[in-house]
Design a protein around this ligand. Structure first.
Ligand code: ATP
Length: 452
């Protein structure tokens, strides 16, 4: 069975329900930039929260960090980004468009009907030139005396340059990790695919420092661990794969990288990269800064430069994968229903509280009081406007896993129905148990009912 999801449907649902809007829209929009509305923010925050739990709360060997976006410019010289963080670009002298030399097969030229760049006799492509992806800006009040700096293109370097601070204070010995979530910026020229590739985006990166002899073993460990995380939060196994990089794809720092790829509607594409960075970063910063970034064992006095395994994921790309995997359409009682089958722990809203008749003061009173009770423990919504069917459909489209409905019977015997978004099953439970019931359902294991 083919998946009904397309990128257009995701873009349109995100807009219709206020997850994601094109940025600067009233000024005509800015390419590859998006703003996140209420449900988009909640969904994105859930992705980050689940990552932080898995990385920091549930483990004893990883600590958190929040480093600056603007770092000393020498950081980016030492890291190799000034010289090597670039994409090969070609320009077409005819249609004046610019393409990534390594993405020509997936690009379209300016001729109508559009062809691959270089495919028509009129295409006139320049040789590939390297184009650095870092955004530059200046620090200082006076233009002439200011310092050129960069907006970080990854959060990892902020972790490496704090290695000494953290290693001393965190009282942990390798293997241990430092995790960080934050915004990164890249001057990407390949247009969009919605939030898959944008100028600014959030990253979830963890640098895991290990004894050199253990690097390969931890590299494998983190590939499995990170793949497992996506499966745990509902992505279908058939839509996830691990792809090791070919030697000519490896970044300047890497001795081994594997991408976790997701089968987006645009095809298999990178969701997260796991790299074995060796001792490249700590050694480069030690040499450039004069501060030794090494591990010294307080008991044995053994010293070495740890090797680093890095799982680096994009928050926005993960969110897009969760949305694509969740999107579903089905016919129920002769009507089309669009539903986001999101894992309950990823879904922006956990439950809706709905009085069956919005004008019935008895139902409204019970519903408001249940809502007040539930909102203390989970993100819930109250809605009493319009027909009940329309209210359910709205919650289905934003992926709310449960809905409590207050009806005539509630007034008589203090019971409510709980409706399951996926199966549409309705169960009647005592209103006094609603909170406990919701918390149990939210923490239960969940698998996508969509076919693999
Ligand atoms: P790509 O090859 O797609 O440009 P990359 O290999 O340069 O990605 P990394 O440097 O490994 O990406 O970054 C780690 C993660 O950050 C990626 O797996 C992706 O999820 C996310 N990411 C990178 N660039 C962008 C971007 N421009 N917009 C959104 N997310 C991004």
């Amino acid at each position: 069975m083919t998946d009904v999801v397309t990128m257009d449907k995701i873009v349109s649902l995100c807009r219709r329900r206020g997850f994601v809007f094109p940025s600067s829209e009233i000024y005509g929009g800015l390419g590859s930039s998006y703003d996140y509305g209420h449900y988009g923010v909640l969904l994105k925050e859930n992705v980050k929260a689940r990552w932080l739990e898995a990385m920091v709360r549930d483990r004893e060997d990883i600590v958190a960090l929040d480093s600056s976006i603007i770092l000393h410019p020498r950081v980016w010289e030492a890291s190799g980004h000034v010289s090597s963080f670039s994409d090969p670009l070609v320009d077409c002298r005819t249609c004046k468009l610019r393409f990534r030399a390594d993405h020509l097969a997936e690009s379209q030229c300016g001729k109508r009907p559009s062809k691959r760049p270089g495919e028509t006799p009129e295409c006139d492509l320049t040789p590939a030139r390297q184009f650095n992806l870092m955004f530059e800006t200046r620090v200082g009040a006076v233009e002439e005396t200011g310092t050129d700096v960069y907006l970080r293109p990854e959060t990892a370097q902020g972790i490496f340059i704090n290695f000494k601070n953290v290693a001393q204070l965190a009282r942990r010995k390798p293997p241990f990790g430092i995790a960080q979530i934050g915004k990164s910026f890249r001057n990407e020229i390949t247009p969009g695919n919605f939030i898959f590739r944008t100028l600014e985006f959030e990253m979830m990166e963890m640098e895991y420092f290990v004894p050199p002899g253990e690097a390969e073993q931890w590299y494998r460990y983190w590939i499995d661990e990170r793949r497992g995380w996506y499966l745990r939060f509902g992505l279908r196994e058939s839509h996830l794969r691990v792809r090791p990089h070919e030697a000519d794809e490896l970044s300047h720092y890497s001795s081994g990288t594997s991408d976790i790829e997701y089968l987006y509607p645009i095809g298999w594409s990178e969701l997260e990269g796991i790299a074995n960075r060796g001792d490249f970063d700590l050694s480069a910063h030690s040499e450039a800064s004069g501060t030794k970034l090494e591990w010294v064992d307080g008991v044995t006095n053994e010293r070495y430069v740890p090797h680093v395994i890095e799982p680096a994921a994009g928050v926005n790309r993960s969110m897009l994968a969760f949305l694509c995997d969740a999107y579903d359409e089905e016919e129920v009682a002769g009507r089309e229903r669009t539903v986001l089958r999101l894992h309950p722990q990823i879904a922006p809203v956990k439950a809706a509280v709905l009085p069956l008749i919005g004008k019935d003061s008895g139902m409204v009173e019970r519903a408001r009081s249940l809502f007040e009770e539930l909102r203390r423990v989970a993100l819930v919504e109250y809605d009493d406007s319009g027909q009940i069917g329309r209210r359910y459909r709205r919650q289905d489209e934003i992926g709310t896993p449960f809905a409590f409905t207050i009806d005539e019977q509630t007034i008589e015997d203090d019971t409510v129905t709980i409706r399951d978004r996926d199966s549409l099953a309705q169960e009647r439970i005592s209103i006094g148990r609603a909170k406990e019931h919701l918390l149990e359902r939210l923490s239960a294991n969940w698998r996508s009912p969509k076919p693999e």
